[in-house]
Design a protein. Structure first.
Length: 298
């Protein structure tokens, strides 16, 4: 008899919980919450604007953002990041331990960002640490990366990133990244090279962010038009396109590439600077307006 009573009350309790969850889902203030997120982001990031189509709850205890778009406030038509779907939910085990850790899964440019974010305080605007993996993010689909740096840049992105900081003071944070870009192309703005863009098969980069500086510990490019390496420092500015470049590197022209093939003038140009089969160069200026100098190493 007692078992039947307990079973009955358990069914009532379960039904009540399901009903409550249903009401919370249906009555979730999607528009109000979306407007709050957008206004808060815009306030803390004056140069950028956030637009979200819809925010909805998901089980268990998660939120799903549909088409989150970050664009330049000076030119709303220029999107620098567009996520088709962003799902975030709490790590229940960490919450039981008194920690505030969330896991997320983001569908962006036909690829995925998956990882976690840990807030060291009880408010989302406080300091945080995040780790995430990038897989097959295809910048051929959208001009987001090109809009961010001010000229064409395409490729398929993968790698791992760690970062600690605050969302309104990004460049003051600390972090590391191990990035790979395949099937890439970069427009050469103000370049002295005899072609307008650089194609490559793979670019591998290891960098460290600290004290508002990005240090390139490793950067190598292979395939396509050139093989080479790059190192140095990028001094970050709030407007990332104005970040200052202080880079040095070497390149080795690939004679059979499409930009060099059947182009005696281009080959002649490179021979002016070749030393032991390689060319030294420096890059100054900004991300939006880089300045190249060939035949120099400092």
């Amino acid at each position: 008899m007692k078992k039947n009573v307990l079973k009955k009350y358990f069914c009532y309790l379960l039904s009540s919980i399901i009903l409550l969850i249903g009401f919370l889902y249906c009555l979730f203030p999607s528009d109000a919450f979306r407007d709050y997120l957008q206004s808060t982001f815009d306030l803390k990031n004056p140069g950028y604007s956030l637009s979200i189509i819809r925010v909805s709850p998901v089980l268990p205890l998660g939120l799903k953002f549909k088409q989150a778009d970050i664009s330049l406030k000076s030119d709303p038509g220029k999107s620098i990041f567009l996520s088709d779907r962003f799902l975030i939910k709490p790590d229940l085990w960490s919450f039981l331990q008194g920690k505030f850790r969330y896991v997320f899964d983001c569908l962006v440019y036909d690829g995925n960002l998956t990882g976690s974010i840990h807030f060291t305080e009880k408010i989302a605007s406080g300091p945080f640490t995040t780790k995430f993996k990038i897989k097959d993010v295809n910048f051929y689909k959208d001009a987001g990366l090109s809009n961010l740096i001010g000229h064409e840049a395409k490729g398929i992105l993968g790698g791992n990133v760690t970062y600690s900081g605050q969302n309104d003071k990004f460049i003051n944070g600390k972090g590391e990244a191990d990035i790979r870009i395949s099937e890439g192309r970069v427009e050469l703005v103000n370049s002295i090279l005899p072609f307008k863009s650089l194609d490559f098969d793979e670019l591998s980069v290891k960098l460290v962010l600290k004290n508002q500086k990005v240090s390139l510990d490793h950067c190598e490019v292979s395939g396509g038009d050139l093989q080479g390496s790059l190192s140095g420092i990028i001094r970050l500015k709030k407007d990332l396109s104005k970040s200052i470049l202080n880079l040095t590197g070497t390149i080795k022209p690939i004679v059979g590439s499409k930009n060099l093939k059947d182009s005696p003038d281009t080959l002649k140009f490179f021979r002016q600077y070749l030393k032991k089969g390689r060319i030294s160069f420096i890059i100054r200026g900004t991300l939006a307006k880089p300045q190249f100098k060939m035949g120099a190493s400092r």
